[in-house]
Ligand binder design. Sequence first.
Ligand code: GLU
Length: 437
Amino acid sequence: MIDARQSNDDNPTRLDVVYDHLNTSDDARERLAKAKLAFHVNIPVRMDDGSLRTFEGWRVQYDDTRGPTKGGIRFHPQVTAEEVTSLSFWMTIKCAVVDLPFGGAKGGVNVDPKSLSRLELERLSRGYIRAVYDVVGPDRDIPAPDVNTNATIMGWMADEYAQIERRQVPAVITGKPLGLGGSEGRVAATGRGALQVLNIWAKREGKSPEDLTVAVQGFGNAGYHFARLAHEAGYKIVAVSDSKGAIYSDEGLDPEPIWRHKHKTRKLKGMVYCDASVCEEAAFDTLTNDELLELDVDILVLAALENVITKDNASKLKAAAILEIANGPVNFEADETLEDKGIAVLPDVLVNSGGVIVSYLEWVQNRSGDYWPQDVVEKRLAERLDREAEACFQLAADKKVSFRTAAYIQGIGRIAEAMGQRGTASYFGEQDGRKSA
Ligand code: GLU
């Protein structure tokens, strides 16, 4: 179980440090301590064999001060109410860190999607939207893909919403297929944004991609596109892993053929070399996931799930820096150990924001009816990330705090400012004369 707010009476929490720096009214602290709305549903699904199964699901809208709430839906056997709540909190921070006009939300269904047929998966996806219909909407709460959900699933969900409404409402959900109102550039956006944040950090450190070795834990959509683009940019990818194991090469790996091979064979173990259309399989060294985490590399990329680095393994890490592409892969106790060891952590709420930035661009396109080519989408993503990542790194340098604390100061500072503009304790206290003394 994870707790995004990392409250613990004995420890200064991640957030206490942030509020101390912000010197803001207590209103933000009070309001951000709890989710605004937690919606719990049970979704009946007719299985292919005729039986009926019920799946437990959630949609949590954490805070909507800065706009309609935004965040993905994950299908995973370990999804719980607590996990979805933590993830919705991080979405709230993330949207504010990169200055999107959104609050934060998250959804999830407790299911192993790999055990379902395609038709069962479609019924579950449509059932989820029927169940949460009353709380989502283009001006209210806009879902998107997350772990184990993709464009096809978003297409089914958008279609289900349209059937209930009896009209097309593409802006209700992002990450849709292109033909159904999706945006160019959305699929690779999280990986592309993560690479850009890494590039900005490397430049500030006076390092170029060719100097840096990289290990990637997690080879799903975000991890793969990051690895592919980083390889193209000159970084040396020495290891990649998925839930079944890891492969390693001193010489560096080309992620693209590995991805194709993984999708053909469902295995990461082998590797294909392709020369024109001739592909040959070659064996690479294999590692366990734990061995990958402890590799002596410059950049350890965490692109799988939360809570991968804890106080139990943080002291064993040898990487110079960590790039958090997953949400919450380093827990707060590990943060302290990593800080003591001088390992820089580039935080999730900044690093993986490329996905929700392009989701925002998709939502804008859906609402305006004006659709942009890929280069326009990528330019807008790059401009926003440049501005917000630079500001965040500069804040860390000025205030002498970790990158995570700086990102939280940037995000929560904006949320607190918006809350303040509706009036705070001191404003109302002064007006009625009771609290001004
Ligand atoms: N699931 C992604 C995230 O955690 C994307 C959310 C979105 O696009 O709304 O950031």
